[in-house]
Design a protein around this ligand. Structure first.
Ligand SMILES: O=C(CO)[C@@H](O)[C@@H](O)COP(=O)(O)O
Length: 214
């Protein structure tokens, strides 16, 4: 089980540069094995081109290294805090994607100006306050401020997304950057128009229950 989870987490870490969400070694993806409560996470400071499944680090809920020869991500305690306080979540993603992180630099949420935001997020993408890197502080902000959204901006820092699966969490990271870019362009042209909350709710419900091959 853990070997396949390492392969999955490595694969989804490699989606971050593939979709232009990170630069150099920034960003990270982790996933929790719900059966063992062990977490597989990207090693700290390793170039994405050098990532392989065997370089993934396995930690327990206290951050102790269970498997792996490399130091785990600097955001490990944040990921673990989210897992401890959001039991339905089994994946956490962190990026510095440019357009979304520009909103984070301003401390601005991304409001529901687009049907794509209603569909994917079902609410505005919140921006939580600045928090120091390296401990649980960012995790505390995520848990307190994320609400029903699968994505949150961290002021002056970047993007964190969560999901029941690593696919959900990485998709949210891709989509938050896509909608942030569109909203940025719209704001350059004028004042975007918010979709009314009741329509956001209806559209999101439709998307999560009917979109695609469901
Ligand atoms: O922004 C931060 C910390 O949150 C970066 O250091 C982070 O993106 C990458 O750190 P890691 O290589 O995962 O240790």
């Amino acid at each position: 089980m853990l070997e396949s989870l390492k392969e999955l987490v490595c694969k989804y870490n490699l989606y971050l540069p593939k979709y232009g969400l990170v630069t150099w070694t920034s960003g990270n993806v982790s996933a929790r094995d719900p059966d063992t409560n062990l977490v597989v996470i990207k090693p700290s400071g390793v170039m994405y081109d050098d990532l392989t499944p065997d370089k993934m680090v396995v930690v327990d809920m206290d951050g102790n290294i269970v498997e792996g020869n490399l130091k785990p991500s600097t955001d490990t305690l944040t990921h673990l805090y989210v897992y401890k306080h959001m039991p339905h979540i089994n994946a956490v993603v962190h990026t510095h994607s440019n357009y979304a992180t520009a909103f984070a630099a301003l401390g601005q949420p991304i409001k529901v100006y687009l049907t794509a935001i209603a569909d994917e997020f079902g609410c505005e993408i919140p921006c939580g306050p600045y928090a120091q890197i390296g401990g649980e502080d960012i995790g505390k902000v995520i848990v307190e401020y994320i609400g029903e959204s699968p994505a949150i901006l961290l002021q002056n820092h970047g993007v964190f997304t969560i999901g029941r699966t690593v696919d959900e969490a990485v998709k949210a990271a891709v989509m938050v950057e896509d909608v942030a870019k569109t909203v940025f362009i719209a704001k350059m042209m004028g004042e975007p128009i918010e979709i009314p909350p009741e329509e956001v709710k209806r559209a999101h419900e439709r998307y999560v229950t009917k979109y695609g091959q469901k």
